[in-house]
Write a new protein. Structure first.
Length: 226
């Protein structure tokens, strides 16, 4: 999973981020949250490494291309970073996206299709079970992401944000969040953004633990996952 860790964020993104947006402070947010991230991500990678090894074999057997999918995402303060997932689509999926814009089922700048033809058979399984997100624990270890926080957007989405939506870039993006445990793709874009800002305003150890505990049942239910 070696690769370029960061990329320069587009000037249009970094200049528009409202750094003056107040966020909660305290010992947990200054030190405890990062400690939780490090311990949680390390344990998750150790425990899930056998599963990831099996999935890597299945991915390679089904279709050509790398095991890991890399993309540029926008993190805290508008900083771009390399984001990792297990590959769930065919190799040229990104190039085919422009040709499929008319099939988009999501509102706002997000692109989602319930029955995306680019998704492989093993890809469908790992997407609905969120197993494709295991490599993101590496993003947490190196500090690009947190266990809990808004999901990291792609630059093209951020370029279409309204000013108030840019406030979700005030914190590190996360693997799970209020959106993740509230129905995921079932939820409209505006409500998704509202949930992220709600999280940012009320960050705490208790809220993070609550979200983490509710994530596994939400993943197992597969509600809104595709």
């Amino acid at each position: 999973m070696n690769g370029v860790r960061t990329l320069s964020a587009p000037a249009s993104v970094t200049s528009a981020v409202p750094f003056e947006t107040p966020v909660p402070t305290g010992a947990y947010l200054r030190f405890g949250k990062r400690a939780l991230d490090l311990v949680g991500a390390f344990l998750a990678l150790v425990l899930m490494s056998p599963v990831m090894g099996i999935l890597a074999i299945l991915i390679k057997l089904e279709s050509r291309g790398p095991v890991f999918y890399r993309s540029t995402r926008i993190g805290k303060g508008g900083r771009a970073f390399t984001f990792y997932k297990l590959r769930s689509m065919v190799k040229d999926a990104d190039r085919r996206r422009e040709q499929m814009q008319h099939m988009n089922e999501a509102d706002g700048p997000v692109f989602k299709i319930a029955r995306d033809p680019r998704v492989t058979r093993i890809g469908k399984f790992i997407r609905t079970t969120s197993l494709d997100e295991i490599p993101q624990f590496y993003n947490v270890l190196i500090g690009d992401m947190s266990l809990v926080g808004p999901r990291p957007p792609i630059p093209e989405e951020v370029a279409q944000y309204e000013p108030w939506q840019l406030r979700r870039l005030d914190v590190r993006p996360g693997i799970t969040c209020l959106w993740q445990i509230s129905g995921r793709s079932r939820i409209g874009f505006q409500e998704w953004m509202r949930l992220d800002l709600e999280y940012i305003r009320h960050q705490s150890l208790a809220l993070d633990v609550k979200i983490l505990l509710r994530t596994l049942p939400a993943v197992l239910s597969r509600e809104g996952a595709y």
